[in-house]
Structure formats: C-alpha cells, structure tokens
Design a protein around this ligand. Structure first.
Ligand code: C5P
Length: 231
C-alpha cells in the first residue's frame, strides 16, 4: 500500500510491519518544485548509488535504514518515522549558501558547516537553529547533538570515499528517522540528487545542479558517478 509520495520517491508498506519499500521515481524537481521534469532512468541510478553508499556507511559503523536492494527501482528499508529536519553539511561554498550570503562559489571552508532546515514545502524549507528546532518540538537537544555528530562523521567518511573516485564532496543533505526503539538512524537516500559532487581536476558538476542550472545531461553525470563507484 502506498503510504507516502514525495517529489522523487514513493514509500510502500510491506507484509512485515517493521519494513517499508522505497520506490525511486524518475521525477526531478528544483527550486521547491518550480522546475520539474521526468528524467528517464534517474530513479534507477539513484537507487543503485544510494545502495552503494548505504552499504559503505554500514561497513563504517553508521546505522542506516537500508536493508537490501530488491529491484532496479526499489529498496527495502527499516520502518522509521522521518524527523521533519533536513540536515545539511557543507565543505565548499555553493548553492543556497552563496545566494544567501553573497559568497562566491567554490571556496573551500576551513571547517565543515552544519545546517538544519525545517522540512516543510509550504514554507520553503526554512533554515533553523537548535533553539528553533527545540521550541517547535522537532527534536530534543540530545537528538540535535546526535544529528550534528553523526552528520559530521558521515561527512568525513563520504569525503574520503568520493575523493578516491576523484570527486569532491561539496555539500549534501541527509534525513534521519526514528525506529521503533527510538534510535535515530540515517534514512531517505544519499545520491547525486542530494549531494553536490565535482570532479577534482576539472570541477565538472556531476550532480543535480546539471538539472537545476542546465549544466548538461543529468543521466550522463549520474552514470559517471556510478561508474567511478563501480571501479
Ligand atoms: O540548495 P542548498 O545549497 O542549500 O543545498 C545544499 C545541499 O543539500 C545540496 O547538495 C543539495 O543537493 C541538498 N539538498 C537536497 N534537498 C533539499 C535541499 C538541499 O538534497 N531540499
């Protein structure tokens, strides 16, 4: 049964009450849904790439919702309740950070920046700080501390992982969920839809900015990321 439909994915219940199926669609959206397209095979690529990243993170002792890949477009995951927070980490300036603060793109930051947004399309996913999140009962202080530590740990692991493929991890967005025992684990997807990835030598963008900013064929970029992962 379809439980939830997002911009790029659907979530289905299964016979096992502790598991869901995530279905990766071909829909691409940007600027809070203002720009839309169907990009054939994007869902297949994101499912494959997310699978590789979740498996890699699992080996590095990061708990995720990933159980197994069950088809080209489907992933079996642990049932979690998604926290209404987007957790963003930035290593190099890009995107909304440049726009918001009038900073040039491509500046390597001395330390990673940890950022939170309220996951709410109607309000344009506004950025918020810990006090806002606590006041709105989106998470507790302890949970926020955990999210920060976990996101920064994941950043170090993923930075190294992508660098081996000659890719710079510019920034990325994570979503976390709470399992039946109240543990917070990494959920959603980790793919070129949610990470900015630039070639180390040329700075060629191999992520969703190709769609957002018409920088070239999206599928070709994602295929390149997958090919480098598979080598
Ligand atoms: O747009 P912005 O610069 O804030 O995005 C930071 C990172 O978070 C980018 O890698 C982007 O792909 C990701 N992101 C996302 N979903 C959102 C907002 C941002 O995956 N709703």
């Amino acid at each position: 049964m379809l439980l939830y439909e997002g911009k790029a994915k659907q979530v289905y219940s299964t016979e096992n009450e502790n598991e869901f199926i995530v279905y990766f669609k071909d829909d691409a959206t940007a600027f809070n849904g203002e720009k839309k397209a169907q990009i054939s095979s994007k869902g297949i690529l994101n499912n494959k790439i997310s699978t590789i990243i979740f498996e890699m993170l699992h080996k590095e002792q990061i708990e995720t919702h990933f159980v197994k890949n069950i088809s080209e477009r489907e992933m079996l995951v642990k049932k979690v309740e998604i926290l209404p927070l987007e957790v963003i980490v930035r290593n190099i300036t890009a995107g909304s950070f440049c726009k918001r603060y009038g900073v040039e793109e491509g500046i390597v930051l001395d330390e990673p920046i940890f950022e939170l947004s309220y996951k709410n399309d109607a309000y344009g996913d506004p950025m918020l700080n810990d006090d806002h999140a606590v006041a709105m009962k989106l998470a507790t202080r302890e949970e926020l501390q955990f999210l920060r530590n976990e996101a920064l740990k994941i950043n170090e692991i993923m930075k190294e992982f992508f660098l081996k493929m000659n890719l710079k991890l510019v920034d990325f967005k994570l979503e976390f969920g709470k399992d039946s025992k109240g543990n917070i684990i990494l959920a959603d997807e980790v793919s070129p839809d949610t990470c900015r990835l630039w070639d180390v030598d040329t700075n060629e963008k191999l992520d969703k900015d190709r769609f957002r900013r018409d920088l070239g064929d999206l599928v070709q970029g994602y295929e390149e990321v997958l090919a480098r992962m598979s080598n």
